[in-house]
Design a protein around this ligand. Structure first.
Ligand code: HEC
Length: 500
């Protein structure tokens, strides 16, 4: 009975405000508000749920207060969360403004709401709303995990929408506060947001960049401040920051600092980015090399630099595994694909029949599954799950027990012999010229998701996609056996064979 009443109330309230405002006396509206707030505090969870739903029809400023009351108590219930999300509608910022100061990360389920709604505020990109959210986050009573969550959500939303926020310089005050925050994570998230909202020539930004360049010269301490400074440099113009960044790639910088400098460099589209990375290749540490390669493959001009460097042996050809070769051979840009073809023709063939002979012994050797598991964790767990460890990107291994050791060996040595559809690697290029790869985990009307090993994925909006194609090669790389003896291989086979 009560539930019926709320449904009715919602409709009347909506009708009052949307269609017939003159017919609704002010006192009626007041009664409605009172009832709304009461029902939000009702003891019966079904009443609160129905209230959350019906509030979607209501267009009164107080509705966000009522929804926040329900959220604090019931956010752990996914149904209530969806009801709140849909009823909040365009009022995401005012709702977060009420909710955020009143909750902390211990309020169950509230993270999901705050993350999603902050993202929504970012996607909409309205200066007023972003300002309200940032101010709520700067309040002293807001807990740090909640701040980080909301900032990351907002940043993700701004990234997804991809458009410039108008009047963004109005946000420099609340942002300046967050950019100077003692927490690393909060500063990083604030940098992501500042890069989307602050105009590049604003005085706030110029001053911030100058301070970072000074910071980089201070080599004392554990180097964390330098890493942070290198990250913030992405907010500057390329001409202002490129020399400092390229200097950071020298062998005097530690690996993490080189990685930070590379990440920052990669946010610029200037053709000099590829050149400065290739020039410093031999000075890069191991982690930095992995990152550098990814960045070189991610745009046409950089891929051309990479191929030229491999051609001249400034960079060794063996850094390219089968997937990276496939990426270059199927590159959206013809010149890259052609150059790669010529270059790889000189390299040993993709499927080496002798490899099987080299490992055939593994089939009959006794295997040690403990060592096998170790190898699995190092080389396979980023895409397969076994005994509760790993991330599932490839197929479920539960059916593999029935395979013979010979067929398992073949699947490992020659991953491209048989590739199930759904597990091939795709190449995507956006109109901005950024390249992404991965299996096509989701292909919807508005966006696609490309997923890679280790649970990494990118969501790209359809409207930003210029090129999307299947390389027809497995995302499982060749060369997984490199460095393994026949005994190691036997151990790995034994581990897979004896999975429960
Ligand atoms: C980058 C991700 C990735 C890594 C790393 C990886 N795999 Fe795979 N694996 C896949 C995918 C995707 C498939 C399915 C497509 C295919 O058959 O190529 C697959 C298929 C297989 C299959 C065949 C399964 C079947 O159902 O027939 C075996 C066996 C296998 N992987 C073993 C391994 C082993 C052993 C390792 C580590 C040495 C490994 N994989 C590392 C992604 C990966």
């Amino acid at each position: 009975m009560k539930i019926r009443l709320i449904q009715l109330l919602g409709m009347v309230g909506g009708a009052c405000l949307l269609f017939l405002p003159s017919l609704c006396a002010e006192s009626d509206t007041h009664v409605l508000q009172q009832r709304m707030l009461e029902m939000a505090q009702d003891d019966d969870p079904r009443v609160r749920f129905q209230t959350a739903l019906s509030l979607g029809e209501v267009d009164l400023p107080e509705k966000v207060d009522a929804l926040a009351i329900i959220a604090r108590r019931d956010a752990s219930d996914p149904w209530v969360r969806s009801a709140i999300l849909s009823s909040v509608g365009a009022e995401a910022a005012p709702f977060l403004e009420v909710l955020i100061p009143e909750v902390d990360e211990k309020t169950k389920g509230v993270e999901a709401l705050i993350g999603q709604l902050s993202k929504l505020v970012g996607t909409k990109g309205k200066t007023g709303d972003i300002r309200r959210l940032l101010s709520a986050l700067s309040s002293e009573s807001t807990s740090e995990p909640i701040q980080i969550l909301a900032l990351e959500g907002l940043s993700e939303g701004l990234n997804l929408s991809g458009s410039v926020v108008e009047g963004g310089s109005k946000l420099s005050d609340p942002l300046a506060e967050l950019l100077a925050h003692p927490s690393d994570k909060i500063r990083s998230a604030a940098v992501g947001i500042a890069s989307k909202v602050l105009p590049p020539d604003s005085p706030e930004l110029t001053e911030l960049i100058d301070r970072q360049i000074e910071q980089l010269k201070e080599t004392d301490g554990d180097g964390k401040d330098q890493v942070q400074a290198a990250k913030i440099l992405r907010l500057g113009s390329f001409s202002r920051v490129s020399a400092s960044l390229s200097e950071l790639l020298s062998s005097q910088s530690h690996d993490a600092l080189q990685v930070a400098a590379l990440d920052t460099l990669s946010t610029f589209n200037d053709p000099m980015v590829g050149t400065s990375i290739v020039d410093k290749w031999s000075q890069l540490g191991p982690q930095a090399k992995v990152r550098a390669l990814k960045i070189l493959l991610s745009r046409t001009d950089r891929a051309l630099e990479l191929l030229a460097a491999i051609g001249s042996e400034a960079i060794p050809a063996n850094i390219l595994d089968s997937q990276k070769q496939a990426l270059l051979l199927g590159y959206p840009d013809e010149t890259v694909a052609e150059k790669a073809k010529t270059l790889f023709a000189a390299l040993p063939s993709e499927e080496d029949p002798e490899l099987y002979q080299q490992y055939i012994e593994a089939v009959s050797l006794d295997g040690d599954r403990v060592n096998g598991k170790k190898i699995y964790v190092e080389r396979c767990a980023q895409c397969h799950i076994a005994e509760g460890e790993g991330t599932q990107l490839g197929p479920d291994w539960s059916g593999l027990k029935s395979n013979t050791r010979e067929t398992l060996l073949t699947s490992i040595l020659y991953p491209n012999r048989e590739v199930d559809p759904g597990f091939t690697n795709y190449i995507l290029e956006t109109f901005d010229g950024d390249i992404y790869t991965g299996v096509l985990a989701f292909s919807g009307p508005n966006s696609v998701i490309l997923r890679r090993g280790g649970g990494q994925e990118d969501t790209i909006l359809r409207k930003n996609i210029d090129y999307l194609e299947d390389t027809k090669m497995s995302i499982m790389p060749t060369n997984l056996e490199v460095g393994l003896s026949a005994q190691d291989m036997s151990d790995l086979l034994s581990f897979i064979e004896t999975l429960q």
